[in-house]
Structure formats: structure tokens, C-alpha cells
Ligand binder design. Structure first.
Ligand code: PAF
Length: 270
């Protein structure tokens, strides 16, 4: 486990100098099977896999759950090693932001919808820390989950617009048997809320069936998702969105279940 940026840089520079391919899996810890799938993919495709564990304060706004965000480094190190990681980089806040709030940050334009609308400043915080991690890691393949669909788009734009020598690899969402997308936040759900949370995936799959059957009006599809979430008393919809993408649509949903905010998305071919 490394906790200094210069150690990570040295380790990964040495690996590349020895002709080894580097994989990077950026995380905020509280690792679960979704992260394990990213780490396994990196370990299968790269010679050295570095997992970063850093709960980035810049991507939380004051009303959010920064202090409640689950943290368990011992568990994370075990899970990462078991999935094939060679290095865990777990800096503290002072290592990443020695002067407190950094005076130079990355601003993402056009990221003020969906997560950006509900969480002002969130994507600037994500882009800033990912830029730092990419700079520390150097040329690599970097693995991100499709569950955070909008984040994936932001990371792709960041990489292209700021010319990072990084290949961004998108990996499929890992789900529990009832369809709930694996998320570090799931551990904060009560047993009843955990059952209720399956409504997000149920709403998306029901809407996907309607789209496959020919329903192409985004307003109707959005209403369908919202209607299904509304029938679950423990869930409060934040947004339902339908975006065109190559070969079909991407359906996205965010809802609060109790005190926990959950997001999910699904691609549907037309
Ligand atoms: O997806 C996450 O866990 C975080 O947003 C990331 C990409 C590690 C940046 O802090």
C-alpha cells in the first residue's frame, strides 16, 4: 500500500521502463464486486494493476454524505489483492490537497444535467481528481464502471481534451440477483430499503422492453420510468432520462431510497 503520489509515480514509471503495461482502477474505496470486476479485467489485460482508494472531498458538496461515506482500507486492500491488484494507492486528503482546496481545478462545461444538476460541482471535483491520478499514474489503461454513465463521459472528455496518454476502458455494471447495481452506498440501505431499491432496475428494464417494442418518444419513456419508481413508497425519484446513443437509447434514473441516493442506467438497442 502506497500513500504518497511520488511513490506511485516511481513504481509505475519503473514498471513501464521494464516494458510492463500499467492498468489503473480509480476508486473511492468501500470496494465491492463491481470494483473487483474492474480490477480483474485490468489484471487480465495489463502486467501491473494499481488501484487507487481516495474519498475525494472535492466531488461532494456540503449537503452530501462525505463524512458518512463508507471507509475500510483493510477490507479494500484484501479485496483488491484477491482480484489481482499489485499496488494500492491510498493517499490522505493532505497528500492530494496539501493547501486544502486547490487553487487550480478542472471545470467541465456542459455537465450540469442529471448528476451535475443534482450535485453542483460534482463533475469538476471528479475531473480534478482523475486528472491528478492520471498525472501520477502516467500512460496506462484506466478502468471505469458503466454504472456511473455520465462520469464515464466526463472522464472520456477529460482524457481527450487534456491529451492524457490514457486509454479509458468502460466495464459493464455488476448487479445483485434482483438487478440492483452494486454501489458502495448500498451498505447504508436498511433491509426494507434494500428490497425497495430494486425498483430502479425494474423501471429501466420495463422501459427497455417498451423501447424494444417500438416506443421511441423520450417523454413517454421517461414517464414510464418515473411512474414505476413512484409506485415504490420508499423511493423518491430525482430524475429519469432517455438519451439517444449509437444504435439505440441510454435510459438513466436517479432516486433517493431513504437517505441513500442511487443511480442506474441501461442501454437499449432499437
Ligand atoms: O467513481 C468513483 O469512485 C469516483 O468518482 C472516482 C472516479 C474514483 C473519482 O473520485
Amino acid at each position: 500500500v502506497l500513500d504518497r503520489g511520488d511513490q506511485l509515480r516511481k513504481e509505475l514509471d519503473a514498471a513501464r521502463a521494464a516494458g510492463r503495461r500499467v492498468g489503473l482502477v480509480p476508486t473511492m474505496g468501500a470496494l465491492h464486486e463491481g470494483h473487483a470486476s474492474l480490477i480483474r479485467r485490468s489484471a487480465a489485460e495489463c502486467d501491473v494493476t494499481a488501484v487507487t482508494v481516495f474519498v475525494n472531498p472535492l466531488q461532494f458538496n456540503p449537503s452530501e454524505d462525505l463524512d458518512d461515506y463508507p471507509r475500510d482500507l483493510d477490507h479494500d486492500v484484501d479485496l483488491a489483492a484477491g482480484a489481482g491488484a499489485d499496488v494500492v494507492f491510498a493517499p490522505d486528503v493532505a497528500e492530494m490537497y496539501p493547501d486544502g482546496v486547490p487553487s487550480v481545478t478542472v471545470h467541465v462545461t456542459g455537465a450540469d444535467t442529471m448528476e451535475g444538476a443534482s450535485r453542483p460541482g460534482h463533475f469538476d471535483g471528479v475531473a480534478t481528481v482523475v486528472a491528478q491520478l492520471f498525472n501520477l499514474a502516467g500512460p496506462c489503461r484506466a478502468y471505469f464502471g458503466e454504472k456511473d454513465w455520465q462520469q464515464l463521459g466526463v472522464v472520456r472528455s477529460l482524457t481527450a481534451d487534456l491529451s492524457f496518454p490514457v486509454d479509458v476502458i468502460a466495464c459493464p455494471t455488476v448487479r445483485d440477483p434482483d438487478g440492483l447495481a452494486r454501489s458502495s452506498r448500498n451498505v447504508r440501505l436498511t433491509p426494507q430499503e434494500r428490497v425497495a431499491s430494486a425498483v430502479l432496475h425494474r423501471a429501466l428494464t420495463t422501459a427497455a422492453i417498451a423501447v424494444t417494442a417500438g416506443e421511441c418518444d423520450p417523454v413517454v419513456v421517461r414517464r414510464l420510468i418515473a411512474g414505476i419508481v413512484a409506485r415504490e413508497p420508499l423511493a423518491a425519484l430525482d430524475y429519469a432520462e432517455v438519451l439517444p446513443e449509437a444504435g439505440g437509447f441510454r435510459l438513466l434514473v436517479a432516486a433517493r431510497v431513504g437517505a441513500v441516493r442511487l443511480i442506474d442506467n441501461l442501454g437499449v438497442a432499437t
